[in-house]
Design a protein around this ligand. Structure first.
Ligand code: ZN
Length: 265
């Protein structure tokens, strides 16, 4: 049994997870300045000793180098928060999605389309993080002159992240059949393909899972995305890849619990 916590930009979810079952759940709103207290409260209440925490931050040598959406964590030594295994939220989500699919699709590439854009990779049954900051697909520089939160210009997430686009409003309109919104998601799929294609070309994944809040519009942007991948990939065809939406909004917390329990990082 382990406790898994997913720290999101808007909410914090904690779960006690054992043998495929959630025994107990905690839900909090994310309030910058109170995250440490919330995490410690959940950890204490759970009584668990094996704890995994996924957070939207870049971690190196146990320090959160930067958490663009939760300033409180930036620069923090994570063991000051508690005795837990900290990891990037997309890494946790990728492992949770891998687990929820029976741990059989490998490599699994997760793309998380939220406020920013992140990704996670499961390869040979384990999460891959490089020296700690791998898979930051959102910060690959790609045809944009916008400045990103990381300080550099032209990052992929400046043209695909919810922070820079009005995806929520467009999603409401596209469901009503609005032509402009349909065009918006068609274009969105094509732009996404330009960022995802290099990752697919390098990693040759068996499955690509699309998660994050923008994935609610999956049905609208995926057909143009796959069509565009056809043009952008060599020796790999999209037909040989499984594309799916994330299975659960709890996969980040599930993955964090399992990564801690199995000591995978
Ligand atoms: Zn960036």
């Amino acid at each position: 049994m382990a406790l898994g916590i997913d720290v999101g930009g808007t909410k914090i979810l904690g779960i006690k997870y054992i043998d495929g079952k959630i025994l107990r759940e905690w839900n909090f709103k994310t309030v910058d300045g109170e995250v440490k207290c919330i995490l410690q409260k959940i950890m204490k209440e759970s009584g668990e000793e094996v704890i995994g925490i996924g957070a939207p931050c870049y971690i190196r040598d146990g320090v959160c180098i930067k958490a663009p959406h939760i300033r409180e964590l930036t620069g923090k030594k994570l063991d000051e928060i508690g005795n837990a295994k900290f990891m990037n939220d997309c890494t946790a989500m990728a492992y949770g999605e891998y687990h929820l699919r029976g741990e059989k699709h490998d490599p699994l590439l997760l793309i998380a389309l939220g406020t920013g854009v992140g990704s996670g990779l499961i390869i040979q049954g384990k999460p891959y993080i490089g020296k700690g900051s791998a898979m930051e697909i959102g910060h690959i520089k790609i045809y944009s002159d916008r400045r990103c939160e990381c300080g550099k210009i032209g990052c992929f997430e400046t043209i695909t992240g919810g922070k820079y686009l009005n995806t929520e409003k467009m999603y409401m309109r596209v469901r009503e059949g609005d032509e402009k919104a349909l065009k918006f998601f068609e274009n969105y799929g094509k732009i996404l393909a330009r960022g995802i294609a290099p990752a697919i070309q390098l990693l040759d994944p068996e499955i690509v899972v699309i998660g994050g809040s923008i994935s609610q519009a999956y049905d609208y942007f995926m057909p143009p995305l796959i069509e565009e991948l056809e043009k952008l990939l060599s020796y790999i065809t999209p037909d040989d890849i499984i594309f799916e939406r994330a299975k659960s909004p709890k996969s980040g917390a599930i993955g964090a619990a399992l990564i801690a329990e199995r000591d995978l990082l």
